[in-house]
Design a binder for this molecule. Sequence first.
Ligand code: PLP
Length: 425
Amino acid sequence: MSSNFIFSKHDTIELANKYGTPLYVISEDIIKENAERLLSAFKKCKVDFEINYAGKAFLNIAMCRIIDKLGLSLDVVSGGELYTAKKSGFPMGRICFHGSNKSIEEIKMAFEFKVGKIVADSEYELGLLNRIAEEMGVTPKVMVRVSPGIEAHTHEYVQTGRVDSKFGIPLKLVVKILSQKGIYKNLNICGLHCHIGSQIFDEKPFIIAADTMLKLIRDLKTEGVGITELNLGGGFGIPYLKDDSVFEIDVYLKKLVKFTGDKCKEYGIDFPKLLIEPGRYIIGTAGITLYEIGTVKEVPHTRKYVSIDGGMADNPRPALYDALHHAVIANKMDSSFDDEELVTVSGRCCETDTLISDVLLPNPAAGDILAVLNTGAYNYSMSSNYNRLPKPAVVLLNGKHDEIIVERETYEDIVSKDRIPSWYR
Ligand SMILES: Cc1ncc(COP(=O)(O)O)c(C=O)c1O
């Protein structure tokens, strides 16, 4: 029996030897389990629903194929994400195009590709969409993003639904803007959208958001504006640490559907099609990152630093919003509790670049392979070439298969877009 860390039925040391490090490892089996949990919870409720996977969490052509096969829709937020989906052959009718400041080119691209829905983020954008739709002779389906004024308990940088936010139209202004007659005549405004934040551990703010949005649908109905779809965004938390307690998603969705039914009766509105937009929930637990340990430095009576061959360039989350991760030494899974010591895992970039400030690891030494867990979301998609580091490869596991879905960058890739000005030639 191997004492190596097994992830999704694969020996991670064999993966590290085969593909090198740093390495993003993604399990299609876990993606499927996560998605199926959401799908079956909604199906049991027997309501009209749609699940938009939020591509910002992790997107490339293979991921688009997986999402398509699962029957989910896809939320994209940029021309680049939209282009990736188009290239993969993803059905454009199942695309929802987001973004707080879409360019005219991106909007035209979305209309040309005939995306299923576009989310207007502001009054300005409603006007822009209307003008471009008129010029192009199209009548796109539009959802309106609302800033519902809800504080969810998560990091300030990922709180997106509060009053003081760049996202969405402030709740107070929505009825006034949407009830203007004949202004947005080239748009088929069918739905409302809100997203209150990310990595949320409590279901209450989602229920409060649902109530706020249903009241808004009622108020719009009073003004003669019919809304048939309600997108409550993503944001469901995942357990990064052993003690993180997350709510049961199927219990929450059942509660949400019942609550929506009750409130629709109370407010005299029809039950809307319900949409959610999870990213992290679907991909977060489906990914790990493998690194090789190099320098191990003991500062006497202070701390032991364990340096790895990656860091904030491939996982900026700890540096960006103090995100916490758990890690194991993949080749020392049989070590005893007595071998463990509290260490700091440091990235190789030229900042402090602390990846994990305190973690118990068994005798970490150069050449060991460190597996950082639950790195599927907002790692690869947020990675950079800081310090001119080539981006790691992404390998996909499916049953007993493992294949590269994104190749490791080379030094040649790093310089490929550089140009020498004529006066130096
Ligand atoms: C509009 C919108 N929808 C969905 C998501 C996905 O959030 P999460 O990955 O936390 O589910 C985000 C994340 O920032 C978002 O901004």
